[in-house]
Design a binder for this molecule. Structure first.
Ligand code: PEP
Length: 255
């Protein structure tokens, strides 16, 4: 990994942790994990817990907060949705775009994800663009085709400046929440594919600065090995980010 890309360790809480549990989590995490200027730490709590997270982290400017999803319209008659400007106002600085559960449980298309990423950047959020193939797609030898299609859809919707600011997360669908992580070799191969496409679109120098995170059954005991793989610049962690002590170990892994 190039020294200029600081490791990004992110926790996606999915639909866990209301405001009370969020406050308790960060009290414990702040004790277990000391600030490290060499790392970027981001949590993605449920939107309803963003304010509690910001409150709990008032003394911890080293930890950023994001939301798991936003709608592409800024406001209006879209019951149940949260907009990017609202998330920004609540203190979020990042948003996940196209997490596999959004794509496969809620039916989001590549175009939906692209519109959401564009709206996020327009509102001042940084989008973490999630891509990844299903097991059937992997078995059919379609990994590169699928992840490049997903990445391209977003890059085409962004201005060049916005595209240069994306973070990408490679999260094979078959590895999410299954306990079966990709091998470091498989992760490195997919990340290399993504990096080459970023270089074609952004130029090599800019592409070299884009963090590409791996996600899928990361745990304290495999985090260091995955983080050491070529072109793996960080980790997006679901289930294991719900345990403050365990996630503190992951956040410090390889340091
Ligand atoms: C995720 O939700 O992005 C994820 C990678 O989940 P898990 O770590 O539980 O596989």
């Amino acid at each position: 990994m190039a020294a200029v890309r600081k490791p990004v360790i992110a926790g996606n809480w999915k639909m866990h942790m209301g405001p009370v549990a969020t406050g308790e989590f960060f009290a414990a995490f702040a004790r277990a994990y000391q600030p490290d200027a060499g790392r970027t730490i981001i949590f993605f709590p449920p939107a309803i817990s963003v304010t509690a997270a910001r409150e709990a982290l008032r003394a911890r400017g080293d930890i950023a907060i994001g939301v798991q999803n936003t709608y592409w319209q800024p406001k209006g008659a879209f019951t149940g949705e949260v907009s990017a400007p609202m998330a920004r106002e609540a203190g979020a600085t990042y948003v996940l775009a196209g997490h596999s559960e959004r794509r496969h449980v809620f039916g989001e298309t590549d175009q939906d994800v692209a519109r959401k990423a564009r709206a996020a950047f327009d509102a001042g959020l940084t989008a973490v663009v999630c891509v990844g193939e299903t097991l059937d797609e992997r078995r059919a030898g379609r990994v590169d085709e699928v992840i490049l299609r997903q990445l391209d859809a977003v890059l085409e919707a962004l201005t060049p400046e916005q595209a240069a600011d994306v973070l990408v997360a490679y999260e094979p669908v078959w590895a999410i929440g299954t306990g079966v992580n990709a091998t470091p070799e498989d992760a490195a191969a997919a990340h290399g594919t993504l990096r080459r496409r970023l270089a074609e679109r952004l130029g090599g120098a800019r592409a070299g600065l884009v963090p590409i995170l791996y996600g899928g059954s990361v745990k304290p005991d495999n985090a260091g090995t995955l983080l050491a793989a070529t072109d793996v610049d960080g980790l997006l962690v679901g289930g294991a980010s719900l345990d403050p002590a365990g996630f503190a170990l992951i956040a410090a892994s390889g340091a």
